[in-house]
Design a protein around this ligand. Structure first.
Ligand code: TXA
Ligand code: MG
Length: 323
């Protein structure tokens, strides 16, 4: 299967039709979203969704997010939707936000890993939305092999899966980190995975208290993804706030904001994250894959713990956590 390049603003209907036909026949395709590329299959087809788990090498107890294109689809997939959650959907969808709700009968157990809940998200990407409109709800994890950094370009998807997979290529993703996952079944709402939609924004829009329940957790985790090692390149990772801690007497790779380049140019491979926390979020997974190719001990800059910096820091901490 080829990589099909298309213009993200005016999705090429030919490419969408081809991808839709692969999905309808029970297959899997990779498609762009505003966060990262997804590996999609028909959400309501059990045998289709199983193929995602096989391809990714994903543990069967880690549930998938179901992607929708219209708010009307929520009530086919979930029950007991709180009024405050509806308000959040109206305001923040389409967008980088997955909402955990009581699951409806229609959703196969393989999607939710047998949980009583399902995560729903309406992605803000014209290609993703067109594809969902063509075939109905799509279950999709990030389109990487289990444990690898998430893909922010079609080439990353190709690195992990090769020729076997049809990949819709709409260029690099805008956000670069996976969606915020928030459980709205009880108050306070709990964020299992921070993302571009912040705790503060959820509180403001939902008028409900929200807590951050993310982090690497041992044993039973409220969100199964929390207990797995994630986002990890095959290279030794260290984190830093202060440039002084980076060793000067050995070859290293440094991943940091552009303004730090001058401190490292003489003794390190420098991979720039651009000039803001936003650009750092968009570039970090690509930077980790590049550092992997250099193969040297890699020093990654932490960001301010605010806005999308919270999500960025959580991902790089997990990437650096020991196996
Ligand atoms: O931005 C994104 O969310 C991307 C794009 C493709 O939409 N998708 C993505 O999917 O990151 P994935 O499978 O890589 O991560 C989904 C996370 C996992 O940590 C999983 O455990 C959690 O969401 N999750 C899914 N369903 C859940 C549920 N019912 N309850 C709690 N956590 C859930
Ligand atoms: Mg993932």
């Amino acid at each position: 299967m080829p990589i099909l390049k298309l213009d993200s603003l005016e999705p090429d209907t030919e490419a969408i039709r081809l991808a839709a036909s692969v999905l309808v026949k029970g297959g899997v395709v990779a498609f762009p979203t505003e966060t990262v590329y997804g590996l999609g299959a028909l959400a309501l087809c059990e045998s289709c969704v199983r193929k995602i788990f096989e391809l990714k090498g994903r543990p069967a107890d880690n549930p998938l997010i179901v992607h929708i294109a219209e708010i009307g689809q929520v009530d086919e997939l979930a029950t007991h939707v709180p009024a405050a959650a509806r308000k959040v959907m109206e305001r923040l969808w389409p967008g980088p936000l997955s909402i955990v709700l009581d699951v409806a009968q229609s959703v196969p157990k393989v999607v939710t890993a047998g949980l009583e809940s399902v995560a729903l998200r309406m992605p803000a990407h014209p290609v993703a939305l067109e594809l969902i409109k063509a075939v109905g709800p799509i279950a999709a994890p990030s389109a990487n092999k289990s444990g690898r950094p998430s893909p922010t370009t079609a080439e990353h998807v190709f690195e992990d899966f090769g020729e076997e997979l049809l990949i819709l290529d709409a260029g690099p993703t805008a956000v670069g980190l996976e969606s915020t996952v928030v459980d709205v079944r009880t108050v306070p709402w709990r964020i299992y995975r921070p993302g571009a939609v912040t705790r503060e924004l959820l509180e403001e829009v939902g008028q409900v208290p929200v807590t951050l329940a993310a982090g690497v957790i041992e044993g039973a985790a409220p969100s199964p993804g929390m207990k797995y090692k994630h986002y990890s390149p095959d290279v030794e990772l260290h984190l830093f706030c202060d440039a002084e801690v980076v060793p000067k007497d050995q070859p290293v790779t440094v991943i940091a904001l552009e303004h730090l380049k001058k401190y490292f140019s003489s003794h390190a491979y420098f991979i720039s994250l651009g000039d803001s926390t936003l650009s750092a979020a968009a570039r970090i997974y690509m930077a980790l894959r590049q550092a992997e190719r250099f193969g040297l001990p890699t020093y990654v800059q932490l960001m301010e713990e605010e806005g999308i910096g919270v999500a960025y820091n959580e991902r790089v901490r997990r990437a650096a956590a020991k196996r």
